[in-house]
Design a protein around this ligand. Structure first.
Ligand code: OKP
Ligand code: ZN
Length: 343
């Protein structure tokens, strides 16, 4: 399996995030991608390529162009005010507020975010842009006939919606790749999100569409981030009704429980008739993950790869979360090697 990767991710390294009421060092840090890349090399998964540049057009096919322009220009506007610390929003529109987009940078930061979990720094845009180009490059490789491809994206993307960032995510790499597949002739794309957290952004982007099936297995939003989406009764809207499947699971879920949800999701995908599969590959389902509560163990990721391969679909793996840095490479690459060994 070919991996797509860029060192640009290192340009994105924020100082702190709020966790349990305390400012602490960001869990989403450069060593995460470094560890995955090391494991790709160690296991000889396959060649490693730099991304090509497909520009902003494919990004703006799924994101509001004004939102994309905002992220691109945000740091310049911020630093022009003499500010040197990470950009973080402080105000969001609650229910019943008119929620017009303001002019002020702080107001716009809140307008284009859903939480304070996506800090912007001087180098963030370059990392965010390259992460999306990695997804697009892996997508191009897949659509040229490969059976699989690995987009080693960082920052991750699945919490980013049409016009908002949050939860360490800015641009939705998986959604951008899915739309590019459709724009290049695919009729249907299925997305399987195995990250511990619900892929609320991906759901948002495709909620009203029947051409992208979204399935997500995650911690129950009653108790887990992102708190406000991910329930089983969110099934899509309008012509998209029936093309969104959420599998919220209780804290402590291990492979025996988790894999039942996977089997059901795979059945939905098999019945959908997709041309391609995109896996939002988060490995924060791991038992030692510092911010999550599932109990998957490293060998379980081999079984995951094998079961996914059983679909027989050309598959794009897009890196999402995983914060147990020591094991992130082993777990992610376990999925990929088992997939390759099965197809
Ligand atoms: C991003 B991805 C922890 C709060 C959660 C944000 C988590 C974002 C996860 N106390 N903070 O889905 O892995
Ligand atoms: Zn996650």
């Amino acid at each position: 399996m070919q991996t797509f990767y860029s060192d640009d991710h290192r340009l994105h390294h924020a100082n702190a995030e709020l966790n349990n009421g305390q400012l602490m060092p960001c869990f989403e840090k450069p060593s995460r991608a470094d560890m995955v890349l090391e494991q790709v090399k160690r296991t000889g998964l396959g060649p490693i390529s730099e991304p090509q540049d497909f520009g902003l057009a494919p990004i703006k096919r799924v994101h509001d162009p004004k939102f994309v322009d905002f992220i691109q220009q945000a740091w310049e506007r911020w630093s022009a005010l003499g500010r040197e610390h990470d950009m973080l929003p402080l105000a969001w529109p609650p229910r019943r507020m008119p929620a017009r987009c303001p002019e002020d940078i702080d107001g716009q930061l809140g307008y284009y975010s859903f939480d304070a979990g996506a800090p912007l720094t001087a180098g963030s845009w370059q990392a965010i842009y390259s992460s999306a180009q990695i997804a697009l490059s892996a997508q191009a490789h897949l659509c040229a006939g490969a059976k699989s491809a690995f987009a080693l994206c960082r920052p991750p993307g699945h919490h980013a919606g049409i016009d908002y960032m949050g939860g360490y995510c800015y641009l939705n790499n998986a959604a951008i790749a899915a739309q590019a597949m459709l724009d290049q002739g695919a009729n249907k794309v299925a997305i399987l999100d195995v990250d511990f957290h619900h892929g609320n952004g991906t759901q948002d982007i495709f909620y009203q569409r029947p051409d992208v099936l979204f399935t997500s297995i995650h911690g129950d939003p009653l108790n887990e981030y992102p708190c406000f989406a991910g329930y089983a009764d969110e099934r899509g809207e309008g012509t998209g009704l029936g093309y969104n499947h959420n599998y919220p699971l209780p804290a402590g879920s291990d492979w025996s429980i988790w894999s039942q949800a996977l089997r059901d999701a795979l059945r939905q995908i098999a019945g959908f008739g997709a041309d391609y599969l995109i896996v939002s590959l988060g490995v924060d389902t791991y038992l030692a993950d510092p911010i999550s509560s599932f109990k998957l163990d490293s060998p379980d990721y081999l079984k995951m790869g094998e079961l996914i391969a059983g679909l027989g679909l050309p598959t794009l793996f897009v890196m999402e979360g995983g914060y147990a840095v020591e094991e992130i490479g082993i777990n992610a690459v376990n999925v990929l090697t088992a997939f390759d060994a099965t197809v």
